[in-house]
Design a protein around this ligand. Structure first.
Ligand code: PAF
Length: 281
């Protein structure tokens, strides 16, 4: 596994890999890796000859200074996990490698980025797609894998690739969960044990809504209230949104179908968590 910090070194490797005609997969991350990230790397490895992973905590996508300051970092641990996963190249750039001095260009994410995370974290998605497009230009992969846990982000990136004609296929990675259902997230380490218990209400609420849907309930308001009532039981849980949306457009729906996702954001104590579920039979 080669660790690269500078754009010049990355470009040399990318050119050499492309000359050999090898198929490459890319997983962009902000580090502090968990099994969710590693499953994306394994997915890239299974489909490609070589894999690239980037680790870059992107200040542009944090609208909250304390969230950025408290974002966990452990590069030696990440490198060990990536080595075990047979990653070929890890790119760990400094801020000044990614953003040129006086950098100004930002990508607008349109309607897909307006609601849900977009409403609660102004500027977040412009920061995400700007860094992802910079990384795509540098790594030039054939495929890039993104987790379904950040479903709105995934849809926005799929749309960006289509709109800006990146020659890259986006693959979806399934959400990886702890044995008790909590969606894996780098932020979970900041939960106290009582907060972690309360965080379980999110995946439990989503599972209950799915069961109700499977037993024939299609009314979006009723399915939504199953989740909101569940979250209300956690004394440190502050719900931000529970929204039933159509999978492609992310528009709110009144009647649930098999193309519906329930998107949830809630903070539990100081930690903001996201989860979602597809209502499938
Ligand atoms: O999902 C993430 O970890 C980040 O938003 C990403 C895609 C690596 C961009 O910084």
């Amino acid at each position: 596994m080669k660790v690269l910090k500078e754009i010049g070194d990355l470009r040399k490797e990318v050119r050499s890999v492309r000359r050999k005609g090898l198929k490459t997969g890319f997983v962009p991350t902000m580090g502090f890796l968990h099994e969710g990230h590693l499953s994306l790397v394994k997915q890239a490895n299974a489909e490609c000859d070589l894999s690239f992973v980037s680790i870059f905590v992107n200040p542009l996508q944090f609208n909250n200074k304390s969230d950025l300051e408290n974002y966990p970092v452990d590069i030696p641990r990440d490198l060990k996990l990536l080595e075990e996963c047979k990653t070929d190249f890890v790119f760990i750039p400094h801020y000044s490698e990614v953003y040129s001095a006086g950098s100004q260009t930002r990508i607008d994410t349109g309607d897909l980025g307006k609601d849900y995370e977009g409403a609660f974290r102004p500027g977040h998605f412009a920061g995400v797609v700007t860094v992802v497009s910079i990384l795509f230009n540098l790594v030039q992969p054939d495929i890039a894998v993104f987790g379904e846990k950040d479903f709105q982000q995934l849809r926005i990136i799929e749309q960006m690739v289509d709109d800006l004609k990146f020659d890259i296929q986006i693959r979806r990675g399934k959400t990886v969960r702890e044995a008790d259902g909590l969606a894996k997230s780098s932020r979970n380490v900041r939960l106290s044990s009582s907060q972690r218990e309360q965080a379980l209400l999110i995946s439990q609420g989503l599972q209950e809504a799915l069961s109700l849907f499977r037993s024939g309930e299609k009314d979006a308001a009723k399915l939504q209230s199953v989740v909101t009532e569940k979250l209300a039981r956690g004394k440190e849980v502050n719900m931000e949104y529970v929204s039933l949306v159509e999978e492609e457009s992310l528009s709110p729906i009144a009647e649930a179908t098999e193309n519906t996702r329930i998107l949830v954001a809630a903070s539990v104590g100081p930690v903001r968590l996201l989860d979602n579920i597809r209502l499938e039979a």
